[in-house]
Design a protein around this ligand. Sequence first.
Ligand code: HSE
Length: 404
Amino acid sequence: MKIAIMGFGVVGGGVGEIIRKSPDGLLSRSGEKIEIKRILDLRDFPDSPFTCFTKDFNDILQDEEIEIVAEVMGGTKPAYEFTKQLLLAGKHVVSSNKELVAKHGTELLEIAKEKNVSYLFEASVGGGIPIIRPLYSSLSANELTAVLGILNGTTNYILTQMIKENASFDDALKGAQEKGYAEKDPTADVEGHDTCRKIAILASLAFGKYVNSEEIKTEGITKITLQDVAYAEQIGCVIKLLGMASKEKDGVYARVCPALLKKDHPLAGIDDVFNGIMVQGDAIGDVMFYGRGAGSLPTASAVVSDIIEITKQKDSHIRLGWTEGCEGYLLDSNQQKFRYYLRVSGNPETAKFSGCQVITVDKPEFSGEFAILTPVLSGDEFEVLKNTVAASFDILGFIRMVAE
Ligand code: HSE
């Protein structure tokens, strides 16, 4: 089986390494020896053990021997055009590109179906964690009702470094970049866009209709402070960046935001680059997926597994996907209910808000401020309460709390 790799960065390098180091070219696991015939990248790699580099996409597109292409370039340009042309030419494509899948997955899957080839993207969510295949295969007996996950290794690494090692945000981010976890532009990680694309893919697959990532309310971790972490600790919670989606009667709720989790929540202990995803099904109940969510070899593990999956059934289309969404399918997330943590400056003695719990931290640096934990409120109800609080106190920040 001759394959090509498009993009020889962190993930592409890992794909090359896994295949090259396998003594039999993964023959025993795939039934065919897998051979890398071409690697597309505009850069030069004089020290690489590979000699099959090309800068010309046509060397892959027009090579009839190449049956599977791993698109690990990232971004949509030129990955979208390349993927489309490869599928139209009857080649299978596997991808780690969450941006592309979230934006153009519906169309690309449709082309793959028409051309009787496969478009697989296990590596697009959760790095090395098997989550895409379980959703369309192992859990297919279930009506899935919710997906909740820590889906970004970089931000989880940063939060863990800040909380456990007292690292600054910038130092922690630098560490994540050095380890190959962060996106080229780490804004996508820290502002939650990467998590947003991933929860959009999971929600589309889990509930069967396309969820457009561009419509999902998304907040990142840049406003989280060490003070927030201390208040969270005071009430037995940790702060995690979550992607969440749930199926309701008339559509789905989806959101990305930092959230307080009780320490006994199954996602609370997931630290460093690890990702964790909880899926709820009507027959299975809760099921949990856990593993390394970013990095060269973990992500490449998922890419190569997709290649092996295709070699086992290369003459057919592996069916996965979703149908087009419809107007109003993504519900107004303001109606979704949460408890809220609200940090304010002022004297806690004077805070009297019905149903709210006042939290203080008994340390000199926390004098003159406190936090409030609200009852369960919709977004609109919270706005009303926030305005009432703001009439007497300066608001320093707020975070949602996810119930156990
Ligand atoms: N930047 C991503 C992360 C890479 O940190 O999770 C894996 O998708």
